[in-house]
Design a protein around this ligand. Structure first.
Ligand SMILES: NC(=O)C1=CN([C@@H]2O[C@H](COP(=O)(O)OP(=O)(O)OC[C@H]3O[C@@H](n4cnc5c(N)ncnc54)[C@H](OP(=O)(O)O)[C@@H]3O)[C@@H](O)[C@H]2O)C=CC1
Ligand SMILES: CC(=O)N[C@@H](CCC(=O)OP(=O)(O)O)C(=O)O
Length: 312
């Protein structure tokens, strides 16, 4: 069986990476759009409706437009943009979210691929809320350190061409980052976090660090107990690794490497600190589990094939 796949936005950062994954597979046929028709709605409409799966790797407005072009009920759309992540009728493409999520991804024709910071944040926090340890009313604070490819073609260009940008740059300082709605909706928290992303002068790799105040927990817990909640929640997950509370093993001489999950679809989770002050750190490749890898994982689940196919 060969599935027909169309990548709308095939020349963008996420689209190119999805095509790299698909190029290694013999069970998919990629429908290519001619370069001069990449933004032609009629040609995009034809290819979307000729496909079993269409990946939208587009800015939000273009993604909404693409959805309006889809009229074949058999076509499944996996949207990498922010447009539909808390939208009714769309399933959030994070299979590890909870037990029923894979079935939702399998049966829905509208799948919203999670944001990169949001994926890391939600996977770190959701088990703690679900276990009752972290009250839903807690306002969590977190920062994220990310590579510049997360900003797409324009940001990549600015790092490569402009005068050297060699210092990390915090942004979204109005504290209204576009991932807040999905972070709130999919962690089970009632309040959006105080969230500060920081972009650094490296291509890819991302780590969200969430600050936990054990005084706000519903019961006393050590870092090892928090680590166990995460490990139990993700037991058996192919792409989530919950590391033991071992600072020496988790760092290079005390320094945390935000690039160490790169070139994988893996999320690495760590708990640091003590009974008074705690951190949960969640690390991934923003172009892997933070974007294209996650999209391919959802495609595999939707098609009912091994979800790890083509992914490491
Ligand atoms: N980069 C990342 O790590 C992540 C990105 N995302 C999301 O995925 C989506 C794509 O992001 P990214 O790949 O980084 O963005 P890029 O800017 O790298 O690529 C977007 C592509 O879409 C094309 N495009 C723009 N408008 C249209 C249109 N109307 N019709 C057809 N094609 C169009 C652009 O064309 P042109 O080449 O001419 O500019 C470009 O090739 C975004 O919504 C982003 O928020 C999600 C998770 C992570
Ligand atoms: C470095 C950088 O700018 N990163 C992007 C997030 C990329 C991502 O996950 O994406 P979506 O655009 O799909 O939400 C940002 O923080 O806005």
């Amino acid at each position: 069986m060969s599935y027909k796949i169309f990548v709308d936005g095939q020349e963008g950062t996420t689209g190119l990476q999805i095509n790299e994954y698909l190029a290694q597979r013999d069970d998919v046929e990629v429908l290519r759009i001619d370069a001069d028709k990449r933004k032609d709605p009629a040609e995009r409409k034809r290819l979307i409706n000729a496909s079993d799966i269409t990946f939208l790797c587009l800015p939000d407005d273009a993604a909404r437009e693409a959805v309006a072009l889809a009229d074949n009920p058999a076509t499944c759309i996996i949207d990498a943009s922010t447009a539909h992540r808390v939208h009714p009728g769309w399933v959030y493409g994070l299979p590890e979210l909870e037990r029923q999520q894979r079935e939702r991804i399998r049966t829905s024709k509208r799948i919203a691929n999670p944001g990169c910071h949001a994926t890391a944040f939600i996977l770190a926090l959701r088990p703690l809320v679900a276990s009752g340890l972290l009250p839903a009313g807690t306002q969590v604070a977190a920062h994220s350190i990310t590579g510049y490819s997360g900003g797409g073609k324009k940001m990549i260009e600015s790092y490569r061409n402009a005068q050297r940008i060699d210092a990390p740059r915090p942004y979204a300082l109005a504290l209204t980052h576009k991932h807040l709605p999905e972070m709130r909706a999919h962690t089970g928290l009632d309040i959006a976090p105080i969230f500060v992303p920081i972009v650094g002068p490296f291509y890819k790799g991302l780590a969200v660090t969430a600050y936990l105040h054990p005084g706000q927990f519903a019961r006393k817990a050590t870092p090892a107990e928090v680590q166990k909640i995460l490990a139990d929640y993700y037991a058996g997950e192919a792409f989530i690794r919950v590391h033991p509370c071992d600072l020496e093993a988790a760092t290079d001489g005390g320094f945390f490497n935000v690039e160490a999950s790169n070139d994988s679809n893996r999320v690495d989770l760590f708990v640091f600190g003590n009974e008074e002050r705690m951190l949960v750190v969640s690390r991934l490749d923003n172009l892997g589990k933070g974007a294209s890898g996650a999209a391919v994982q959802s495609m595999n689940i939707h098609l009912g094939i091994d979800e790890t196919k083509g992914l490491v």
